[in-house]
Ligand binder design. Structure first.
Ligand SMILES: Cc1ncc(COP(=O)(O)O)c(C=O)c1O
Length: 388
């Protein structure tokens, strides 16, 4: 009966399809979960130590709204060193509560009611609600396995109308592991320029790129000022619980986002910011070794799924595979529910990431090889039963 008090926008938002599965799985004993998009590594010790030390020293106050200047300087140095991007710590940088806040404030600062925002389908679960809450109209582009889940110029052209304001990209991609190379971007950048679009690029998995060199769409000078770059510490640095990320963009956009951030958040967690300074200065080798470990797991799990007859695209980044389960004749949701009930293995239905995810499941390989091996064994038992 309290429903009537709720805002219309909130009522229209569907609950996360990932959470639904985890709530089910958490009530069962002996479940192996390959569901959560979260590193299994603890945060590197140097980062934890720096944060603890900051607390010991009594650095327990709010920071500047945009974040500690020392951290913003390190972020800009890091982006230059690693991806050859030039940003100014004062004009172009804001430290946020995870990439999540960055996505939210970027959308809210940039779109007006009726503006169309192009989203990829499948895509990360927070984008669609983010666009809806910002009052814009989502327009989806269906990406396919045949195109290696890349955005092609034809697909982009076909989605643009005179109401299109913004394109939301995420490569390496959650959930598909799809990847855009420099050459892939070269084909879509002229279209973005021609139609005067803004781009939010969620590069939270940039460091977790495997076979090809990561290229940011912000590295194209002709559209750089139209690009809002989101990144953070959760994935590459194994810092999900610290809730820290950042946005890099043109000064006008940063000022607009800071207007929302200063009233809603004030400043991102202070101890996390001190930890992040250490992360950017001294943890390249730690990220590298986690990246190497994910790559081994990727190779192992892709081979495992393909051997089970579930066709699996070789992802080029992030830590997910997106196996096709169409050969079982089940829907994604039926497959995941039956697998959970029969063998206690939790995966996420592809449909949690958009309609184009039907016929696929998302499996995270941010788990140990032993867990992956055990899960593959159980999935084999399950498939043997349903294929009889
Ligand atoms: C593509 C993508 N963007 C953003 C996030 C959220 O990251 P954060 O923990 O930095 O808020 C996630 C988390 O799964 C993600 O997969």
């Amino acid at each position: 009966m309290y429903e009537e008090y709720l805002s219309q926008k909130v009522k229209e938002i569907k609950p996360s399809g990932i959470r639904k599965f985890f709530d089910l799985a958490s009530q069962m004993e002996g479940v192996i979960s390959l569901g959560v998009g979260e590193p299994d590594f603890a945060t590197p010790w140097k980062i934890r130590e720096a944060a603890i030390y900051s607390i010991e020293k009594g650095k327990t106050f709010y920071t500047a709204n945009q974040g500690l200047l020392e951290l913003r300087e390190e972020i800009c140095k890091y982006q230059k060193r690693r991806f050859n991007l030039d940003y100014d710590p004062i004009k172009n940088t804001i430290v946020t509560v995870g990439g999540s806040e960055g996505i939210d404030i970027a959308l809210r600062a940039l779109v007006n009611p009726g503006d169309e925002v192009i989203l990829l389908d499948p895509s990360y679960v927070a984008y669609m609600p983010g666009v809806q809450l910002a009052g814009a109209v989502p327009v989806t582009i269906t990406l396919t396995q045949e195109n290696q889940f890349k955005l092609t110029p034809e697909l982009l052209e076909a989605a643009i109308t005179d109401k299109t304001k913004l394109l939301l990209l995420n490569f390496p991609n959650n959930p598909t592991g799809g990847f855009m190379t420099k050459e892939d971007y070269e084909k879509i950048v002229p279209i973005i320029k021609q139609h005067d679009l803004l781009v939010i690029t969620d590069e939270i998995y940039a460091e977790l790129s495997y076979d090809e060199k990561f290229c940011s769409i912000a590295s194209f000078d002709e559209i750089k000022d139209h690009v809002i770059l989101i990144s953070g510490y959760s994935k590459a640095y194994a810092m999900t619980g610290w809730r820290l990320g950042y946005v890099l963009a043109h000064e006008t956009f940063i000022k607009a986002m800071n207007k929302i951030h200063q009233f809603v958040i004030m400043s991102a967690p202070t101890a996390a910011q001190y930890g992040a300074i250490e992360a950017m200065r001294h943890c390249d080798s730690e990220i590298e070794s986690m990246q190497q470990s994910y790559m081994l797991r990727r190779n192992y799990i892709v081979e495992g799924f393909n051997n089970l007859g579930l066709e699996t695209f070789m992802p080029q980044g992030a830590f997910y595979i997106f196996p096709c389960i169409k050969s079982t004749g089940m829907t994604s949701e039926e497959f995941c529910e039956a697998l959970l009930n029969d063998q206690k293995v939790a995966c996420v239905p592809g449909t949690a990431f958009g309609d184009a995810g039907e016929g696929f499941i998302r499996v995270s390989y941010a788990y140990s090889i032993d867990q992956i091996k055990e899960a593959l064994g159980r999935i084999e038992l399950f498939l043997n039963k349903i294929r009889k």
